[in-house]
Unconditional design. Structure first.
Length: 434
């Protein structure tokens, strides 16, 4: 991912230097385990640790790979340059390249998950704070983009909090899913390496041994991981689109914070555009773009092929880096979002009481009018609001058929906003607890 949409901590996980450091630790821990088992001399295992503080030369490894056409062999050759060819002769014994590549990849994904989980917790904190701040800030709810019935801004934030809380759970499960390693050798039979080596390496790296790995760790794990990231991205877009709608000039119920000196347009100085949430919509597409290739990686030939490799070299870093950036950006947007309660009320009343139509409908049916007839009575008055700009309550109070069923006082009572917010506390308790 380009630097514009990257944060350094996540980027560092995917650097060549980090990758080679993990490769080194896998090989060194494996040597330790083999020495403990008496498979290789202890002094050879200890010699490998001489490179503990070495900064591996990425350019040198690339130079070797240009000849060998094999990245793991190029690394092992460079490692021997530091350790000594004789001392390093037992490095990688009984192992295959996938043992290093797959275990390293999962270590990187676990580390990336840890950052994403912390990102999500920060976003949840921002959503919770704004939810309680605007728990009773009334705004109009919309269905199909059309005014429906009153709700509150707090419920909007609470809804997004609940969704992101589910996503936190998905990220934690994704981390669990991916936290396995494999040091099982060619075709995964442990023919040339003791399973206890795998157990030791995984323990040192904070992983669980893969129960059965053929020559690769099964890619259904990775498919589930990237699918979870795709769902998180869709939830980010869900919030972003709501904010983009609220910032429309005709709505203006909320808007992104507009900093001092910020410019909205190169041509129109008046513009204040929802650029951050539009950006988040685009970034969500990039994250979801990885889901289908990850699914297709599940089906590999026999015990191993490398059709998944080129895909993962791209989607591993790009997806986690992008999602990390997007979560951090969304947290900032939510935290600084400017909310306009007066505009929310103005929008609510734009169609002069029309949004109370269901209450009148229900009152008529409770008064003995059939549902079909009640619907006709309410709709014919509602259409006057739509088409002629009339006031809904005034029209109801002038409708003799309505007045046959309801008193003026009963009609007046149906326009109480508090009716629609009476269960907000109950919903908040469900979302946030006591």
């Amino acid at each position: 991912m380009i630097p514009r949409y990257s944060r350094p901590e996540m980027v560092a996980i995917w650097s060549p230097e980090t990758k080679f450091r993990i490769w080194y630790e896998i090989e060194a821990h494996a040597c330790d385990a083999m020495a403990d088992l008496g498979v290789i001399p202890r002094e050879n295992a200890e010699a490998v640790w001489k490179a503990r503080d070495v900064e591996f030369d990425v350019a040198r490894i690339d130079e070797i790979e240009a000849v060998t056409k094999h990245d793991v062999i190029a690394f092992l050759t460079h490692l021997a340059e530091h350790v000594g060819s004789d001392e390093a002769r037992f490095v990688h014994q009984g192992m295959t390249s996938s043992d290093v590549l797959d275990t390293c990849f999962n270590v990187q994904l676990v580390r990336a998950s840890d950052i994403l989980i912390e990102d999500m917790k920060a976003l949840l904190a921002a959503l919770k704070r704004r939810a309680f701040e605007h728990k009773d800030t009334v705004r109009i709810g919309r269905s199909h983009g059309i005014h429906a019935e009153p709700t509150t801004m707090g419920l909007t934030f609470a809804r997004f909090y609940a969704e992101m809380d589910r996503n936190l759970n998905r990220l934690e499960k994704a981390r669990y899913e991916i936290a396995t390693g494999a040091i099982s050798g060619a075709v995964g039979t442990f023919a040339n390496i003791d399973p206890r080596v795998e157990e030791h390496v995984c323990k040192q790296l904070g992983l669980e041994p893969e129960p059965i790995s053929t020559q690769v760790i099964p890619r259904d794990r990775h498919a589930a991981f990237f699918a979870a990231l795709g769902v998180v991205a869709s939830s980010i877009e869900n919030i972003a689109i709501e904010i983009r709608h609220m910032q429309r000039t005709e709505v203006l119920e909320a808007e992104e914070f507009f900093s001092k000196g910020q410019k909205g347009s190169s041509a129109m100085p008046h513009k204040r555009n929802p650029v951050l949430t539009e950006n988040l919509t685009g970034l969500a597409r990039l994250v979801r773009m990885a889901v289908i290739p990850a699914m297709e990686n599940v089906a590999l030939w026999h015990e191993r092929d490398i059709s998944h490799s080129s895909v993962e070299r791209n989607i591993g870093p790009d997806t986690t880096v992008t999602l990390d950036f997007a979560l951090a950006r969304l947290t900032q947007v939510v935290d600084k979002l400017v909310v306009y309660p007066d505009n929310m009320l103005a929008n609510m009343h734009k169609f002069r009481g029309l949004v109370m139509s269901q209450r009148v409908l229900l009152a008529l049916t409770q008064a003995g009018v059939s549902r079909e007839d009640a619907y006709k009575l309410v709709q014919r008055n509602a259409m006057k609001v739509w088409e002629e700009g009339k006031d809904f309550k005034t029209e109801l109070l002038a409708d003799d058929d309505v007045l046959k069923a309801l008193t003026p006082e009963q009609i007046e009572e149906k326009f109480d906003l508090g009716y629609h917010t009476k269960h907000v506390d109950t919903i908040f308790q469900r979302v946030f607890g006591e």
